[in-house]
Design a protein around this ligand. Structure first.
Ligand code: URA
Length: 261
């Protein structure tokens, strides 16, 4: 059994105990569970969450295996308090190696439940935004977040939480070697570029992130809240596409729309 599964079960049993006995959740001791050593199930769960295809015979088997290893470390991480309330870790998903790495903020409720990034309403909009410039998680993008566990009530991750998770994203970037990075929203912008300037000021500009061109645009959740941001976001995406065409002139041929065309 994985540590996550044990923790989930423990929390459920405690909740049931509270219901029947009138105890409160703070009556229960916090336990840092550990993965069973021989847990094949755990490996499989994490590999499924890592969202990478079977490695055998793949020309990118080494990178795929590294990404799985990172996902496994994420699943075992309890460096910050977000690990105490998560259901699933959300390491990231997509094509290995990708042409583009998309970086968001952190998992929400749907992502916490499924272990996949950007699967809720904002995720559906993100997929549409990417498709508009011939990108998709199935064909040529990898999607990750600044933090890999859901902040309670979807609050913005605290600096120490982002810091505790930074090595995982760095390791992913080192393995994936994307040609460009699309940062969506303030949290990605602030943590990647070490700035406090807002996305309204810095969107649509190119930055050099460890030698990789990075452009920041609005988070799809912001677009869902404020329709007027859709036009500037589209302008940003067109700039991103132009730059990508300079770097990878035939990138659009990798786009098969997730196989649905
Ligand atoms: N918002 C994010 O920033 N990331 C997700 O994975 C989902 C919603």
């Amino acid at each position: 059994m994985t540590a996550q599964e044990k923790s989930l079960l423990y929390n459920l049993l405690n909740k049931a105990d509270c219901l029947f006995s009138g105890k409160v959740s703070s009556d229960f001791q916090h336990i840092d569970f550990e993965n069973d050593n021989d847990s094949v199930v755990e490996q499989n769960n994490v590999q499924a969450q890592a969202g990478v295809a079977e490695t055998k015979g793949s020309p990118h088997a080494e990178a795929e295996a590294e990404i799985k290893k990172i996902a496994l470390s994420v699943a075992q991480c309890n460096k910050c308090i977000l690990s105490k309330t998560r259901t699933n870790t959300v390491p990231g998903i997509g094509k290995i190696p990708p042409i583009v790495l998309v970086i968001g903020e952190g998992p929400g409720a749907d992502e916490d439940r499924t272990g996949e990034p950007f699967v809720g309403k904002a995720g559906q909009l993100l997929d549409k935004m990417l498709a508009a410039i011939q990108l998709s998680r199935e064909d040529n993008c990898f999607i990750a977040n600044i933090v890999k566990c859901r902040p309670p009530a979807n609050r913005t991750p605290l600096p120490e939480e982002a810091q505790a998770c930074a090595n995982f994203l760095q390791a992913q970037i080192d393995v994936l070697k994307p040609k460009m990075i699309l940062a969506v929203g303030n949290t990605a912008l602030h943590n990647l570029l070490d700035t406090t300037a807002g996305i309204k000021k810095l969107h649509g500009k190119f930055f050099n992130y460890q030698g990789i061109p990075l452009l920041a645009t609005f988070h799809p959740s912001a677009l869902l809240r404020d329709e007027s941001l859709k036009r500037p976001a589209w302008e940003d995406l067109k700039l991103f596409r132009s730059k990508l065409l300079e770097i990878v002139p035939d990138y659009q041929s990798s786009y098969l729309n997730g196989g649905s065309d």
